[in-house]
Design a binder for this molecule. Sequence first.
Ligand SMILES: [Zn+2]
Length: 182
Amino acid sequence: MQMARLLAKNVGAKKVLVKSKPAFLVDSMLGSLVRKLRFFGFDTLYVANSPDDEIISFGINHNRFILTCDKEMYKRIVKARAQGTLLKGSDDLEDISRTFQTYGALLAEYMEVNSRCSMCNGLLAKRSHAEIAEKINMEIKSRQKQFFECKRCYKVYWEGSHFARLMELSKRIDNRILERLE
Ligand SMILES: [Zn+2]
């Protein structure tokens, strides 16, 4: 909680202290950001082609933090007193750092990898070799011990090179937040 207090102080007096894991509502044009937030374990809904007012009222009613790279949309978010932040849309490291800094937390405080499907936002379940036998080739099975399967779309995940790259990114995100607080 010490960090939350420090961050809250830094981002401005109107921000309240954060107590729960954030859930997100992401505007169009931020597809790569959506997949990364889900990888890090955050409940993230992607809304494309929805009217701004509907997105904002959904965010307020469902307590979701709205992410957009549309300046006009962001003005509406502020006016409606919804929670959200304006992002660049071209740099995921910068955008995710900005998101958590505005929220008043470090990514690592709430990160839960292997919990959510990057493609559909469904929850993942642990699977043994036998359970995913028909879906994964022998080479991957020989190299990996643990698998995860999406309960909604049945996509299978494992901790390959992609996993290592994103874990590295998570450290850079938190380092950037901490650098800004110094
Ligand atoms: Zn899925």
